[in-house]
Design a protein around this ligand. Sequence first.
Ligand code: GLY
Ligand code: MN
Ligand code: MN
Length: 425
Amino acid sequence: MKGLGEMAAVIPAASLVTHHADCEYPFRQNSDFWYLTGLDEPDAVALFLPHRGDGERFILFVHPKEPDVEVWSGSRCGTEVAVSQYGADVAHPLHELPRLLDGYLIGATGIAFRVGKHPKIEPLVLKAWGEQLDKASRIGSSAWVLSAPCRLLHELRLRKEPEELDRLRQAAKISAEAHEIARKVVQPGMNERYVQAIIEKYFLEMGARGPAYTPIVAGGDNACVLHYTLNNSILCDGDLILIDAGCSLPDYYNGDVTRTFPINGRFNAEQRALYEIVLAAQSAAIKSVKPGQDAEGVHMAAVKVLVEGLLDLGLLSGNIDSVIEQGAYRHFYMHRTGHWLGLDVHDVGAYRLGEHSVDLEPGMVLTVEPGLYVSDRLQVPDGQPCIEDRWKGIGIRIEDDILVTRSGHEILSAASSSAIDNMEK
Ligand code: GLY
Ligand code: MN
Ligand code: MN
């Protein structure tokens, strides 16, 4: 409210999404709406109206109580509970929004609303705004600007409150524990999907809502497809398996953890050499996480170790600085080293503001997830060596969830080991 000044904010909930015919995907609340309201129902709209008086600043529009509908699709909070439990000053049934929105927005100097994301609500906001502009010359005032609430809201979401950190600790712990369980059951001949089931079963047993994203369970060369989610191949003796899986708690806080290990319990020489490089890169990147560092610095700490290692193995050639400058390593490492983590897996918040990188601050949470992916999908850059077959089909990523603390960092996903000896049976 303070950040809005005299602007009104319109923040819509998510809607249900059709899976096929009349079946819907499980409901997933919009993270901005959830962060501000804690209400887990579709289609609701929250208004924040700092320009209004006490008792009319936080308005919720919700689906009203309707026993005939609720008997099919479950209980709704309704307008009374929207006030008594969710703290709204006033609550209205959703069908009143077109009639009432205009009046609530009158007197605000601007409207904070994210265009392009809420197709049912956007026409109502634009109509209300247009009508205000039409009357502006007679009334003498109007909401002059339509602005995005994202910057204000996402700055808040980027810096986690202590209660949020407890939830992220819990999400990372459950995610990490699932990886420990998966590692113990994997064996040659198993289907990737079976491993996915073991992981998702643990998430549900631990009270999570389920996976935060479709888990990646990738044997051998499948691990070189970064967003592989088919998870339907047989795990082969002699290959590695890469598992990227994290849970989402009932309040949507997420874990995001990746482990890679040999399916038969023993690394071969090439797998071991590359694993050691990725592990060293991750360790260097995690060590660099502290207040004042930035995401680019964390990324470059990993890139430096990866490139050094690849030069030592002869998979790259040349001078380290020029390989990095020219990006001549990107056929092995084509993604960034991490992202913010929170209510969204790739959480909101800027990494750069104009020319300046955003410095890490205590309370920010990010993943650190370097990897190496050796396949012949991408062209080897001019001047770089051809890749011998013995390296191909090795995809490795190690990913942990890291909280920035005042003195450095805390590894939230430490319940799963990535030490090389623990990856072997
Ligand atoms: N699981 C998505 C990611 O690691 O960014
Ligand atoms: Mn990640
Ligand atoms: Mn991940």
